[in-house]
Write a protein that binds this ligand. Structure first.
Ligand code: FA5
Length: 352
């Protein structure tokens, strides 16, 4: 062994003995600074002194010093690992870590009941050959009202029924949160140069509404539209019967009433028997004592609207409907108040 290796061997012994005395992370850190510290660690100073060794001993001294550096760094890693293992073993014996405990289950979210209902409704129509289309929630007044033959003085345009969007310039009653999905009838026909048309259009709608058990200010609708040669009222009724049976089963009662919507002629409403009172309670707050809960408006598309899109109304006819999805959800699960859906109460929402 060259003469210069002796002082290195003495240093190695001293360093390893003091490392074996270290009992915790803090004293190991002190050791690291003392021996390997960047500016004044003892080994660092030794390495810096290689260049000052006599020329004939420099190579051997340098090699020995570098071997010592690797030895100390390896010993340091081993020491830290043994402290880590000892800490884990202590946790196990002191009962702080019980590896036999089952893991914590990951909480999984779920679809909102209205979204589930909307998807089930869309599936029911997909089985009857309807395709899904989507339109904007922020809508032009001309699509929401004018194109649907809702005139300027119609109460639906009132400040209290419609949520208007303020724009920097222009008519303050030009842009709104759509009050129904009906403007999509127009949007679909604009994009379809020739019938047949058979679509359903889901989406949120907004109305300045006094809320109660069956009315919310934000509601979800599904618009349906079918235009082709020979489409008749009986096709509309058959489609809606089929939909109601898929959603509610064969035992629920269905009723059609005559109704008025400017964009259809004739117009109807469809209602399902009240699951709360079955028509036996004149004070029922869900059906208002009528025994029926209305779920949709419908009718034969007005010939003027058919003509507007270049279709020949003497050749093609159409039907349309607008379903209230929250009402369908109320009926299928027997929920007595629509306001539960958007009150953000997880105890309610987790049931679906
Ligand atoms: C309409 O919105 C028409 N656009 C429907 C239509 C389409 C008729 C195509 C003819 C042809 P109405 O305002 O009645 O109509 O709403 C339709 C359905 O949406 C209602 O039957 C009801 O189920 C639901 N609905 C209406 N207002 C509310 C509300 N405030 N909260 C919850 N659901 C509502």
């Amino acid at each position: 062994m060259p003469a210069a290796a002796d002082p290195l061997e003495a240093l190695r012994e001293e360093a390893l003995i003091s490392l074996s005395d270290a009992r915790d992370d803090a004293s190991v850190e002190l050791w690291r600074n003392h021996w390997l510290g960047r500016s004044d660690g003892r080994l660092t100073i030794l390495l810096r002194s290689i260049k000052d060794q006599p020329a004939d001993q420099r190579a051997a001294f340098g090699a020995g010093a570098n071997v010592l550096k690797v030895t100390l760094e390896t010993a340091l890693e081993e020491k830290l690992e043994s402290l880590r293992q000892a800490a884990l073993a202590r946790l196990g014996t002191e009962g702080a870590l019980d590896v036999t405990l089952p893991g914590r289950p990951q909480l999984r979210g779920r679809l909102h009941p209205v979204t589930q209902t909307m998807r089930d409704c869309l599936d029911a129509f997909a089985q009857m050959g309807f395709r899904v289309f989507e339109g904007p929630e922020v809508e032009w007044s001309k699509y929401n009202f004018d194109a649907a033959r809702i005139p300027e003085d119609h109460p639906a345009r009132d400040m209290w029924d419609t949520i208007w969007i303020d724009t920097a310039a222009g008519d303050p009653r030009e842009i709104l949160l759509r009050t129904h999905t009906t403007p999509n009838q127009i949007r679909v026909m604009e994009r379809t140069p020739e019938p047949p048309v058979r679509v359903v259009v889901p989406g949120k709608c907004y109305r300045h509404e006094a809320t109660d058990a069956t009315h919310e200010w934000m509601l979800t609708q599904i618009e349906g539209l079918a235009v082709d040669e020979g489409v008749r009222m009986s096709d509309l009724k058959g489609t809606l019967y089929q939909f109601a049976q898929t959603m509610f089963g064969r035992d629920r009662k269905i009723i059609f009433h005559h109704s008025y919507f400017p964009f259809v002629e004739p117009g109807i409403e469809m209602a399902i028997d009240c699951f709360i009172c079955r028509g036996n309670d004149s004070k029922c707050h869900t059906c208002h004592g009528t025994g029926w809960i209305e779920i949709l408006g419908a009718g034969m598309v007005h010939p003027e609207i058919i003509e507007c899109h270049g279709y020949d109304s003497s050749r093609v006819t159409g039907f349309a409907f607008g379903i209230g999805v929250e009402r369908v959800a109320l009926l299928r699960w027997g929920i007595d108040d629509i306001r539960h859906f958007y009150s953000n109460d997880l105890r309610f929402l987790r049931q679906f």
